[in-house]
Write a protein that binds this ligand. Structure first.
Ligand SMILES: Cc1cc2nc3c(=O)[nH]c(=O)nc-3n(C[C@H](O)[C@H](O)[C@H](O)COP(=O)(O)O)c2cc1C
Length: 424
């Protein structure tokens, strides 16, 4: 296990560098981090990463509802030594922190998932590989060495493809399969709709598919469809075609001539989500893998209780960062009832809206075993590649450590419900 550099050393290094006129390359204030990333990204790319469903009510609630709770620090505890390490599903982690699966990270940086993987590995923080990654899982696993990782699955309409993804994840050292439940179809994302921008249609974020043998066989079987609707020929559509043939592995000219890249996008859009997803699929998954199965996107306590009964190994309380159901309950509001239903029988990971160490403390106090962050590391990636992601992770670890100690704790397991009061 890698031990994170201590928060005090990190803090001191920042202030010392400041004496020589240097500022952190990646802002530590989460709002400034987002603003700086926005300046760096195109309007389409920023909208895709930052945006959410509908009027953005759930994105806002994910943040606002943390304010319903206040931490009550205790003073006369010895906090000179600290140990953030956490054991979860057989993994020894440096802290109760994960990197959530984020698709299409090539939008933020050309090194995309490889840069993220290397930064995660540097800190020993587990990365959950996205089903919609920009690089095949094997490549990212190689870049990470023996560092911990899980694989996140979108249940495809093609069951052979599901099995293939799961087997590949096992073979590249992923130690759990995370099934995302909340994306049986894409949410109504008005920012992306207004810009008429969906990265997958440009061949982005489909690397797990284009590197897959089952997917390749399905493409070979696809008939040419001369009657398929074609976009108008103009500079935009030509540029999209260029992006597609470059996104597909192999020589761009071959991809153009064979129509493979275009077929890959078409096939992907036909099979990538499965609106029939239900408990039977989860039971079937048991037959496909011996790895722990984690359900991501659980918000209702009844589903959490059922998951435990069905033998699921862990949950991620998530509303997809407010990207799916606009008006959905914030995750911090949903968490206490879920923790109550689970009763400590399986780990409960928490995401959506975590921006600070204090947020981490509140989630742990309300019953989470660990938290996952999404957009903040995408912004770090946009600003400074691997180093940017690493700085974001280091910021979270330091902020969490200092808040833990200042509130009177020395380990994550010290944090419990007594640490919080409802805000007046
Ligand atoms: C750009 C972007 C891409 C995402 N891609 C995926 C994905 O491929 N699979 C998935 O399960 N969740 C995906 N999510 C949701 C995240 O895993 C996570 O639930 C969410 O980002 C957490 O909220 P936060 O961004 O407020 O930290 C994505 C989120 C964003 C912002």
């Amino acid at each position: 296990m890698t031990t994170p550099p201590s928060a005090l050393a990190h803090q001191r290094a920042i202030y010392l560098a400041g004496v020589a006129g240097e500022r952190p390359g990646v802002p530590l204030d989460p709002a400034v981090l987002e603003r700086e990333a926005e300046k760096r990204l195109s309007a389409e790319t920023f909208a895709y990463i930052a945006g959410g469903a509908g009027a953005g009510r759930t994105i806002a609630a994910n943040r606002d509802d943390f304010d319903r709770w206040r931490i009550v620090p205790r003073m006369l505890n010895d906090v000179s030594e600290v140990d953030l390490s956490t054991r979860l599903l057989g993994m020894d982690l440096p802290a109760p922190l994960f990197l959530a699966p984020l698709g299409v990270m090539e939008l933020a940086h050309p090194e995309s998932d490889k840069a993220v993987g290397r930064a995660a590995a540097k800190h020993g923080v587990p990365l959950i590989f996205s089903n919609q990654a920009s690089r095949p899982m094997e490549e990212v696993a190689k870049a990470m060495g023996g560092a911990p990782r899980w694989f996140q699955l979108y249940w495809s309409k093609n069951e052979e493809l599901v099995k293939s993804f799961v087997t590949r994840a096992e073979n590249c050292g992923c130690s759990a399969i995370v099934v995302t439940l909340d994306t049986k179809m894409l949410g109504w994302r008005v920012k992306d709709l207004d810009l008429a921008y969906l990265p997958f249609l440009r061949g982005k974020g489909i690397a797990q598919y284009t590197s897959d043998p089952v997917f390749a066989r399905l493409i070979e079987k696809m008939p040419d469809d001369p009657d398929a609707p074609k976009p108008k020929i103009n500079l935009n559509s030509l540029s999209t075609l260029w992006q597609m043939i470059n996104a597909y592995p192999g020589k761009p000219l071959d991809n153009l001539k064979s129509g493979r890249a275009r077929k890959a996008v078409k096939l992907f859009t036909e099979i990538y989500t499965n609106p029939t997803l239900n408990w039977e699929h989860i039971a079937r998954l048991r037959g496909y893998t011996k790895l722990p199965i984690i359900l991501k996107g659980v918000l209702h306590p009844d589903e959490a209780a059922r998951a435990v009964e069905e033998g699921v190994d862990g949950l991620i309380v998530s509303n997809h960062g407010g990207r799916q159901v606009d008006g959905a309950v914030s995750t911090i509001a949903a968490l206490p009832a879920i923790a109550e239903a689970v009763k400590g029988r399986i780990p409960v990971i928490f995401d959506s809206g975590v921006r600070t160490g204090a947020d981490m403390i509140k989630a742990l106090a309300l019953g989470a075993s660990a938290v996952a962050i999404g957009r903040p590391y995408a912004y770090g990636l946009a600003l400074a590649g691997e180093e940017g992601v690493s700085e974001v992770i280091r910021g979270f670890l330091s902020d969490f450590e200092l808040n833990l100690r200042l509130a009177g704790g020395t380990r994550p397991s010290d944090i419990d419900r007594e640490w919080l009061v409802a805000a007046p």
